[in-house]
Design a binder for this molecule. Sequence first.
Ligand SMILES: NC(=O)c1ccc[n+]([C@@H]2O[C@H](COP(=O)([O-])OP(=O)(O)OC[C@H]3O[C@@H](n4cnc5c(N)ncnc54)[C@H](OP(=O)(O)O)[C@@H]3O)[C@@H](O)[C@H]2O)c1
Length: 291
Amino acid sequence: MGVIRVQSYKKAAHYGKIAIFAENIQRMTKRKIAVIGCGNMGGAVARGLALEERYEVRVSNPSPGKLEAIAAEYPSVATFRSNLQCAAGADVIILGVKPWKVSEVVAELRPALAESRSGRRPILVSMAAGIDLAALREMAGEVPLIYKAIPNTAVSVGSGVTFACREEPDEEADRTVDGIFSTLGVTEMVDERMIDAGMAVASCGIAFMMRMLRAMTEGGVELGLYPATALRAAAATMRGAAELIEKNGLHPEQEVDKVTTPGGLTIRGLNALEESGFTGAVVKALRACIG
Ligand SMILES: NC(=O)c1ccc[n+]([C@@H]2O[C@H](COP(=O)([O-])OP(=O)(O)OC[C@H]3O[C@@H](n4cnc5c(N)ncnc54)[C@H](OP(=O)(O)O)[C@@H]3O)[C@@H](O)[C@H]2O)c1
């Protein structure tokens, strides 16, 4: 009976007591997410999740300014100076601290990581680059399920890409972690051996795309466009190219064919780009990112 009421709780909002009952159940079933470190990444994740009713979001940070800022924007987010208080009873603990702080912070969180909650093991998600699952397991002890998730900065605008991997398959935890990062864009769950490649394409890739936008803007200005016009057009063109790939499902070269008339202008530009080593330069850049 309770389950039926919860599923139709919006309709039940008309019926007083049942609505209160349904709301209480909903509050009880919210996933408690603790974000440790409220910087660029942690702050972006917490802000994205705060918009979702199904999560209860808590954040901790040593300096108060960032906590005050997020609490002012999202009153539903609970803020803490203590990492352990923030993580107490959380279903998912997300680390948003710099890699060199991870070991110290996980040691502090050990009591929260050592307890299962209603039979569920806590989930630890580390966003720190360069710290692998084995090292996290060593730091966190036996109890938590451990994930590594590397988002890019576009999570802050809900268009991010996150590459995630885990130590042991667990369908429910996979769904939980996928659900969290998919709220902020696209999530790719991969083997750990692919994480660095994913980070090169998506996290470092943001910087490469920015350089492409800068280059397009500089070229546009040389041809006579105002800088703001050129940048706006280049950004919209990049978005359009991405949407063509996502919606049409074709290989990029098939989309290139559509704009390449024999003897036309675009092919001249494409050949000039390749004479300057464009594809080779991009591949070399990605290779450089994984050392
Ligand atoms: N930026 C990216 O593109 C990117 C991409 C993928 C993964 N990552 C990973 O994300 C993590 C965070 O990077 P970020 O760019 O968000 O760094 P950030 O902006 O410097 O954020 C780190 C936050 O951690 C807080 N902090 C410091 N010591 C702490 C402690 N003992 N307990 C709790 N919080 C503490 C800092 O607070 P104060 O400022 O008050 O000291 C700061 O707000 C890194 O591990 C990085 O490898 C970043």
